[in-house]
Each structure stands twice: as C-alpha cells, then as structure tokens.
Design a protein. Structure first.
Length: 208
C-alpha cells in the first residue's frame, strides 16, 4: 500500500514541476481561469432605456416623409423597385424609433462578464470600451469579438459613471475608436441638412 501511494504522489509531481519550470524559464504558461470560479458576483447593476431617445416634433416627421417621397419618385422613374422598398422600410423604422419610447432593461457588471437584456457577454468576448453621448444622454459602448452584436450600448442614466469606469478599467482597455468615413459623412450631412430646427429653449439660450 505505501508503495502505491508513493507512486501516485510521484505521478503528480512532474506536472507541477513542469509548470513551475516553464514559468522560471520565462516560457508562456496558460493562466488559471479567473472570474469563473464559484458563484457569480454582481459588482454593479442599474436600469436604463435600451437606446437613446429624443422626442421629435411634427417638422421632423414632415421632413422625413418629404425626403422619402422625393427619393421614391426618382427611383420610380429609374424603375428601381427594390430600392424603393428599402427607402420605405428605412422611413418606417425612422418613424418607429422616433415615435415609440424605448423600454427599460437591466445592466449588470459581474465577475463573469456583462449581463444586459438577459444575456451574458463574458469578459473574454469583449475587446474594449469607451464613453459616448447622443441626444445629451451619456452611454458606454463596448466592442465585442463577435460579428453580432459588434457593440454593446448601455445608457448611464441614473448611474455612477466613475464606478462603471473603475470596474471596466480592471478588465478592458479604454480606447476611443476613430471615426470612419461613413461616420464623418453622417455627421456632415446632419449638420448641413438638419431634419428639425433647434428647440425653443436652446434658441433662447443662444439668443441670450
């Protein structure tokens, strides 16, 4: 019996020595998994709308309808019926996003990853994060390693932004992506061809 126990001990020792030897020699060793052991811990949680929202006035819808109608007339002469369907679908989606208020969802930063919209995105599947703003609403953007969804968007309404930053800094690099050609074109177009005028309050501030 003692001989068998010694054999078992000696059989385990080479694997341990081998790992330590690799570390001492400067060789890369696969780290033990972190954040996956034991129960999942929630570091921070909050509720927020699923997307930025801005209440639009009648002028916005009129402008969208006029632009869509003009494009449809041009495409009709060119007999591009497939593109007409695309324009109609785009106009409809724009109307729905502007008219329907988004529902709320819960976001969680946990030991295993980010839980949003009842789905877990593990830290190993996330690449980087940065802060952004739309319609005056602060949000955190997180790029994933998969094609869909390529980015996670979480509004920071009613949250401690610095606490979110601290948790993310410990797990992901902060890196603001450069604007693409399409992003720059969209910004230029929105400034040159605004779909609605500035609100009365903002106009009053600029006048004062």
């Amino acid at each position: 019996m003692p001989t068998k126990e010694k054999a078992k001990v000696s059989a385990k020792q080479p694997a341990q020595v081998s790992r330590e030897a690799k570390t001492a020699a400067g060789e890369q060793v696969t780290p033990f998994p972190t954040g996956e052991v034991g129960e999942e811990r929630i570091f921070y949680r909050w509720k927020a709308p699923v997307r930025p929202f801005k209440k639009r006035d009648r002028e916005y819808y009129t402008t969208i309808a006029a632009i869509a109608f003009l494009i449809i007339i041009i495409l009709g002469f060119l007999r591009e019926f497939l593109l007409i369907a695309v324009v109609v679908a785009f106009a409809f989606v724009s109307y729905v996003l502007a008219a329907v208020k988004p529902e709320e969802t819960e976001h969680q930063l946990t030991s295993r990853g980010i839980r949003t919209a009842n789905k877990l995105y593990r830290w190993s599947d996330l690449r980087r994060y940065w802060f952004s703003e739309k319609y005056g609403q602060a949000m955190v953007m997180i790029q994933t390693v998969v094609l869909f969804p390529g980015q996670l968007l979480m509004l920071l309404s009613g949250t401690d932004k610095e606490k979110v930053r601290k948790i993310l800094n410990e797990r992901l690099p902060y890196e603001q992506p450069e604007q693409t050609f399409l992003d720059k074109s969209a910004d230029w177009l929105s400034k040159k061809v605004p779909l609605e005028k500035e609100s009365t309050s903002s106009a009053g501030k600029s006048a004062s």
